[in-house]
Design a protein around this ligand. Structure first.
Ligand SMILES: Nc1ncnc2c1ncn2[C@@H]1O[C@H](COP(=O)(O)OP(=O)(O)OP(=O)(O)O)[C@@H](O)[C@H]1O
Ligand SMILES: [Mg+2]
Length: 487
């Protein structure tokens, strides 16, 4: 019977699901139909596959072709089905052996000239192949390093004709060489460039050591953005399991660099304030991971926090608390991990003059109030550390280089180890101080828990086995800057 089947995987959220691509040739008027809940890009595979097969100098069957992507109830999106569709048609028309097709997984988009183009999500597709017991994956050369991470053998295919020659047993593709063409991580800016701002630098170090959320507020041009961009340089690298988790997310988003298949450093995402709510928390058809998920196990910088659309900011409240984003759809719920550290920067008022003794603020009380309204108390409550960044003095700006990121990163690493092993315990006197602060400031329940966590980080950075009252006092000082009046 002129029927053939190819196996690939599609993604539901970040999880691979098996998809069987069946091609059936019928003795009827020539036509080409793709069924199985496919989206537009997938429908357009018809044109790419037809041109690809012609360009590879293979025969297009002059019969009615039906391609079914099963299971029919699962939505299929994108162009990664091009290669399996083309190969299933070629197997159904006896141009390649069907049993050779059955023992391989495959993914890739076809160009009109038959070349293979890379697609997103190859790591998860390769993981699906491994779970399905398929040891070899036919994929574009750019995706091989990514596929190899999943423990399958990638076969680099540049052109449809190469896949056909291989499956016919005529010619093997060039072997994949691990580590070939891997690039070093790009350089990150160094803290040595930042003059003065001792308090903000200290808060940045605490944020790195404890994974705390940090808000830098102050007049324009004082180094807030500069400081925030230097956080990645003092964060420890990811553990092996974290690296795979982060890499899978970035693979799905199609953001992996072919020269750096495994992401080993915490991701740093800085979306522009014009970003929409789905772009930040995830959504759209699919749905797709947003910036909050792309920043998983790393840093999300919202530079100029009050300029972001309020719904986008409010939507971040759930991931900030639970470490995940859940997107409800009629067809079900998608859950994306989103355990990131939030860094915000902002001015203290609309004109930017507030907090700068040399420049008077020209905002009317109404303008000040509407500026404050842009950020909810609930969002501000989620920042563990709030620091004001004043204008650096002339002598600070003229001074030599400050402490570089290297030694700071070492202290951060040591503190993280202490926190992961035997974290400092709070002394009785320290707890009393915390309780008094709950009444005096006042602190919310969340605020109290966050101050407790920050004080533990402060103790760990100081190399202390106990959380002392002075550690709690410093943590409290980051909760209540006068200029912002957040408690
Ligand atoms: N403390 C500092 N040390 C060294 N350079 C600084 C400092 N503050 C500002 N600069 C210089 O000023 C430039 C602007 O700083 P930055 O973008 O960090 O300001 P900002 O506080 O984010 O301002 P805005 O509120 O306008 O966004 C930097 O690129 C740097 O050259
Ligand atoms: Mg800035």
């Amino acid at each position: 019977m002129p029927l053939a089947r190819a196996v690939t995987h599609t993604l539901v959220g970040l999880e691979p699901r098996r998809v069987e691509v069946e091609a059936h040739l019928q003795d009827q008027v020539p036509a080409f139909t793709i069924v199985g809940l496919v989206d537009r890009a997938c429908q357009e595979a018809k044109e790419r596959v037809r041109s690809g097969i012609a360009s590879a100098e293979l025969e297009w069957p002059g019969r009615r072709i039906i391609v079914n992507l099963a299971p029919a109830a699962l939505r299929k999106e994108g162009s990664a089905f091009d290669l399996p569709i083309a190969l299933a048609i070629l197997a159904a028309s006896r141009q390649i052996p069907a049993d050779a097709l059955a023992c391989h997984a495959m993914t890739g988009e076809l160009a009109l000239d038959g070349r293979l183009r890379p697609v997103g999500g190859v790591l998860a597709v390769a993981e699906g192949a491994r779970q399905a017991g398929l040891a070899r994956l036919l994929c574009p050369p750019e995706s091989c390093a990514e596929a190899a991470l999943a423990g399958v053998e990638p076969l680099p295919i540049r052109h449809l004709a190469e896949a056909v020659a291989y499956l016919r047993g005529e010619r093997d593709p060039p072997p994949y060489v691990p580590g070939n063409g891997h690039l070093p991580a790009p350089p990150v800016p160094d803290l040595a460039d930042v003059r003065g701002q001792e308090r903000a630098r200290r808060a940045l170090e605490l944020a790195a050591a404890g994974g705390h959320n940090l808000l830098l507020a102050g007049p324009p041009g004082t180094g807030k953005t500069m400081l925030a961009r230097r956080l990645p340089g003092i964060l420890p690298t990811l553990s092996d399991s974290e690296a795979m988790e982060v890499t899978r997310i970035h693979s799905v988003a199609g953001l992996l660099h072919p020269g750096r298949p495994l992401i080993t450093v915490p991701p740093f995402r800085a979306p522009h304030h014009s970003a929409s709510m789905p772009a930040i928390v995830g959504g759209g058809p699919g749905p797709r991971p947003g910036e909050a998920t792309l920043a998983h196990r790393g840093v999300l910088l919202l530079d100029e926090l009050p300029e972001f659309p309020r719904p986008a900011l409010e939507a971040l409240r759930q991931p900030l608390e639970d470490g995940l984003v859940s997107i409800a759809r009629v067809s079900g719920q998608a859950i994306f991990p989103a355990r990131f550290q939030l860094i915000g920067t902002m001015n203290l008022c609309g004109c930017g003059g507030r907090g700068d003794p040399a420049a008077a603020c020209s905002c009317s009380p109404q303008r000040l109030a509407s500026f404050r309204d842009k950020l909810s108390k609930a969002l501000l409550d989620r920042f563990d550390l709030v620091v004001t960044v004043p204008r650096p003095r002339a002598n600070e700006l003229a001074a030599g280089a400050s402490e570089a990121s290297g030694p700071v990163a070492e202290r951060v690493q040591a503190a993280r180890q202490r926190l992961a092993g035997d974290p400092p315990r709070r002394k009785e006197t320290a707890s009393e101080l915390l309780d008094r602060a709950v009444e005096r400031l006042p602190l919310s329940g969340r605020g109290r828990a966050r101050v407790a966590r920050v004080s533990r980080t402060i103790a760990a950075l100081a190399g202390s086995d106990e959380v002392l009252p002075e550690h709690v006092a410093e943590a409290l000082a980051y909760r209540s800057p006068r200029e912002l009046s957040v408690t």
